[in-house]
Design a protein around this ligand. Structure first.
Ligand code: SF4
Length: 269
């Protein structure tokens, strides 16, 4: 599998700096999970090592030779630059997006941002020094060791809890360790599980047990899959299914909410 890792370059002065393959930077309204409806600066990293059946971001699976950078927040006036990208450039682009009283936080998304944990461990402290916005990590939740590298620089983590019957991916043990690391730290964490008509009740019970064991107060968002309208792709659950699942999960967990992808409802990027 082509797994684009961040690279380390040595400069003549002996300083080192990491580079990373980017997909894009833009300003948008978050459409999922705990931050839904808030305005974020999105930094989308290239590369993912999972292959979820419902993935709507297959263009992020492999590092691309170029990335696109929005010039004016929300205007979609992208300029194209060659990959990989140095920390100084990335910080400058995020600073340009950070206009007064516009954004609520910065989203690290992908792909899988934790494939670039070495880069993030160098980039995030620099960005935190320059920009006061909270930092939110969106992740598949299957790389706890990489999470540990950057936990001190994060404010909020949104972990996808991959239900095998829907995603085709199974990472129960990694999810548990990942959530335990979050729960022991000062970071705020929530989980999101994509559900379809094919969701297995056993998967949901296992997810509830896992969350309840770590901390039943961690919020869980059930996100009905957005249909891709392709043959063989998952279809959303029925209202009866989703009502029943929520009632079952609430027996063990304090907060179980159902929210579809709202950014797609308003035709946002
Ligand atoms: S983790 Fe995200 S980007 Fe990767 S395959 Fe799954 S849905 Fe797609």
């Amino acid at each position: 599998m082509n797994r684009p890792e961040s690279s380390l370059q040595t400069r003549p002065q002996g300083q080192t700096t990491q580079t990373v393959p980017l997909v894009e930077i833009f300003s948008a309204i978050q459409g999922e999970g705990l931050n839904v409806g808030t305005r974020q600066i999105f930094i989308r990293f290239g590369g993912c090592d999972l292959r979820c059946t419902f993935c709507d971001s297959a263009h992020t699976w492999h590092a691309q030779s170029t990335c696109r950078i929005e010039q004016t927040p929300g205007q979609r006036d992208f300029e194209v630059f060659p990959n990989p990208i140095e920390i100084s450039k990335l910080v400058a682009w995020v600073e340009r997006q950070n206009q007064p009283k516009l954004h609520d936080s910065i989203s690290l998304t992908g792909g899988e941002p934790l494939l670039h944990a070495d880069f993030l461990a160098e980039f995030l402290p620099v960005m935190r020094d320059r920009i006061s916005l909270p930092i939110y990590l969106e992740t598949g939740g299957h790389r706890p060791d990489e999470l540990a590298q950057i936990l001190p620089y994060l404010d909020l983590v949104g972990m996808d809890l991959k239900l095998p019957s829907v995603s085709g991916e199974a990472h129960w043990e990694a999810h548990q360790t990942f959530l335990e690391y979050c729960d022991r730290s000062e970071v705020e964490v929530f989980c999101k599980a994509i559900v379809s008509s094919a969701t297995d009740l056993g998967d949901l019970e296992r997810a509830a047990n896992l969350l309840a064991e770590v901390n039943p107060a961690i919020p869980l968002f059930l996100q009905p899959v957005t249909p891709l309208n392709a043959k063989g792709q998952p279809v959303p659950p029925t209202p009866d299914q989703i009502l029943y699942w929520q009632s079952q999960l609430k027996q063990q967990l304090h907060s179980v909410r159902v929210i579809p992808q709202t950014h797609k409802m308003i035709n946002q990027l």
